[in-house]
Design a protein around this ligand. Structure first.
Ligand SMILES: Nc1ncnc2c1ncn2[C@@H]1O[C@H](COP(=O)(O)OP(=O)(O)OP(=O)(O)O)[C@@H](O)[C@H]1O
Length: 254
């Protein structure tokens, strides 16, 4: 990657006046309405908002999976709008990690083989020590040979996290990473995300509907109608925070 970094050293992702319009003619929807926001390195941000407020669109545009209609997006100092698709693919591979609600593991592969996949896709020889270290980081050093069907939901999601982190990405994007988990398992995965931020300064941007999940973040950004509609900075540990976040959401939904 030879693009010259353009943002300040403290910023992992920056959106500058980003607009995203879906559809054409009389079915046009403005999903992002000239949003400007920056995400500092080493911080954990939760993105919340009513259904249809633009959360997934923001995540997909910021991660280079979708193109904004206008505006500028910078990831790890690289202007992704200025890149062709090949370079954007390399940027995603080398600088960005993804975790989705359904971890999307390959059922026929072991945990270790799933974690190796990004290296294989990049045409690199998997490094067994790095794969083991990635699984150890998420507390699964003793499950490397298990297939997804032999793991619990939380363990599967932790394998997905290890796979997302194997390339040591500048930014981890998580789309409802605990949406399919029960409360206890969800808490384990969120505590792990928090630990990765605290111990390793892993910049993390997570879309969630869950006020408890959002309470693990440093910053909660609220969207409404494609615009930023508020921001909270949870002061952990405080059991009242999920309630505060939920109250904010209720105000946005009414
Ligand atoms: N491919 C598309 N074509 C047309 N409209 C779209 C498309 N994708 C999203 N939209 C519209 O853009 C708006 C924002 O959608 P988006 O999925 O970003 O919202 P969201 O906040 O993630 O919603 P949810 O919480 O329900 O997942 C919505 O009105 C949605 O209907």
């Amino acid at each position: 990657m030879t693009t010259t970094p353009t943002t300040s050293a403290g910023t992992a992702v920056e959106l500058d006046t980003v607009r995203k319009v879906h559809g054409t003619g009389d079915r046009v929807v403005t999903a992002l309405d000239d949003i400007s926001i920056s995400f500092a390195r080493g911080t954990f941000t939760a993105i919340m908002g009513p259904s249809g407020s633009g959360k997934s669109t923001l995540l997909h545009c910021a991660a280079g999976l979708d193109h904004p209609t206008s505006g500028r997006i910078t990831v790890a100092g690289h202007d992704i709008g200025a890149m062709d698709e090949d370079r954007r693919t390399v940027l995603r591979r080398d600088h960005i990690g993804f975790v989705f609600q359904d971890g999307n593991l390959v059922a026929s592969l072991t945990a270790a083989q799933n974690v190796e996949l990004p290296m294989r896709f990049a045409g690199r020889r998997p490094d067994p020590a790095a794969v083991h270290a990635a699984l150890a980081r998420v507390g699964l050093a003793d499950r490397t040979g298990h297939r997804p069907g032999q793991l619990s939901g939380g363990q599967r999601q932790r394998v997905a996290l290890a796979r997302a982190l194997i390339t040591r990405p500048d930014v981890l994007f998580a789309d409802e990473p605990t949406g399919a988990l029960d409360t206890t398992t969800s808490g384990e995965v969120l505590a792990l995300l928090r630990k990765l931020v605290d111990d390793e300064r892993q910049t993390t941007i997570m879309v969630t509907h869950d006020p408890v999940a959002a309470s693990y973040a440093d910053v909660v950004v609220f969207l409404k109608d494609g615009q930023i509609a508020g921001r909270l900075t949870p002061r952990r540990p405080d059991p009242a925070i999920p309630e505060l976040i939920a109250a904010h959401m209720t105000r946005l939904e009414n």
